[in-house]
Design a protein. Structure first.
Length: 405
């Protein structure tokens, strides 16, 4: 008996591992399992495949392979960039970032605050965009690094990194970007972006979880975050995750090949999904800019309904979506991204992110559109009944209280 079909609309959380990527990594789990740091040929052979993978991921962002450090994930890459900037500039104890960064940045910066560093979390506009003039004014003589994501994971809003990097260069400040959400969706060229450091995570581009990279521009001072046996040319300790590195390389090739598909067919599916929902379900609103965003992402608020209830009923229909970052799922707090954009806590808690990918089809969108309106109607009916009964109980209580006086 075949398992039920999954209708997957949560590609910003993680992506299906591509069959081509699985095929590329299997030999390094079954045959070529030697330690690449070994002195004998059986191990050295795997080291050559690591360097080939490094060339492939470097090509994805138009970097020199020597500027690539393999890490375990985007979180490690982000932490490493900020950590290095502070260690290599001990006299500078200020970090400038935004209020809508991934928790990998937000939580690490909050940790640093407790240890005496100063952090400025820049606010955003109601459409999720940044005030570039405010960013420029917020850079201080003691700013060690500016860290601004390239595209937001919840809304898909894209930030003008080229302009931000130019400002940072003019002030002699390091600029790092969390570009985790962008491969296969945006063309990436580190020279054009002008950044000193950039983070990626392989599981966002159809490779396994547990492998990422940090690009460090040539001649940028860098101190390792993970210290150990001197792997990655002494910039990141730890025995190499060879199979996943090879997988990342293959996925990078595929991401470049599918860029047009993401920006045409996937974008059209996203637009049809979003327009139909906004047209057919009343009191529904888009969160974030309509135009300056990733081609696959739609974040929508369904007033008078709790997102978690929507997700539960979608799940029962075999549909996967999310109420924000997968890294904060389970939190009772509303999305920090949506709150920073000025949404009320109630509307933020009523918001759902749909993020499509290359494996989504028109039939998938049809299936979601077939189920979602009924789900929202059911939940709003329940919500209205509860609020009505609650009002009646409150009125009765008030009447009794007045009578008692």
């Amino acid at each position: 008996m075949e398992p039920p079909k999954i209708y997957y609309f949560d590609n910003n959380a993680t992506t299906r591992v591509a069959p081509e990527v699985v095929a590329a990594m299997v030999p390094f789990l079954s045959e070529h399992w030697g330690n690449p740091s070994s002195s004998y040929q059986f191990g050295k052979a795997t080291a050559r495949h690591i360097e080939l993978a490094r060339e492939k991921v470097a090509a994805l962002i138009h970097a020199d392979p020597r500027e690539i450090i393999f890490t375990s994930c985007g979180t490690e890459s982000n932490n490493s960039a900020i950590h290095s900037a502070l260690i290599t500039h001990p006299g500078k104890r200020h970090i400038l970032t935004t209020a809508v960064e991934h928790s990998a940045n937000i939580k690490f910066c909050e940790y640093l605050q407790k240890r005496g560093y100063e952090v400025t979390f820049l606010p955003v506009e109601p459409d999720g965009s940044l005030d570039i003039h405010l960013l420029e004014k917020s850079i201080r003589p003691d700013t060690a690094i500016v860290s601004v994501m390239l595209a937001n994971n919840e809304t898909g809003v894209i930030f003008p990194l080229e302009e931000i990097a130019a400002i940072c260069r003019s002030k002699g400040v390091l600029i790092h970007t969390d570009a985790v959400q962008t491969p296969g969706k945006l063309k990436l060229n580190v020279a054009d972006l002008g950044v000193d450091m950039l983070s990626l995570s392989a599981h966002k581009l159809h490779a396994p979880k547990g492998i990422g990279l940090l690009y460090v521009k040539k001649r940028t001072k860098y101190v390792p975050y993970v210290t150990g046996g001197g792997q990655e040319r002494g910039r990141r300790g730890g025995t190499e995750n060879v199979a996943s590195m090879v997988a990342f390389g293959r996925a990078a090739e595929l991401a470049m090949a599918t860029l047009d598909d993401e920006n045409t067919r996937v974008r059209a599916l996203r637009d049809r999904l979003e327009k139909t929902i906004l047209k057919t379900i009343p009191n529904t609103f888009r969160n974030g800019s309509r135009d300056s965003r990733l081609p696959n992402t739609s974040n929508l608020a369904f007033d008078h309904v709790e997102a978690e209830a929507i997700l539960m009923l979608l799940d029962q229909a075999g549909i996967c979506a999310s109420s924000g970052s997968a890294c904060t799922t389970g939190s009772l707090d509303p999305s920090h991204v949506l709150v920073a954009m000025g949404l009320t806590p109630a509307r933020a808690r009523a918001s759902i992110r749909f993020s499509l990918g290359i494996y989504n089809t028109s039939e998938d969108v049809d299936y979601l559109l077939q189920h979602l309106p009924g789900i929202i109607s059911r939940l709003r009916a329940v919500s209205h009944t509860h609020s009505k009964h609650g009002s009646e109980r409150n009125a009765e209580s008030s009447t009794r209280a007045v009578s008692a006086h």
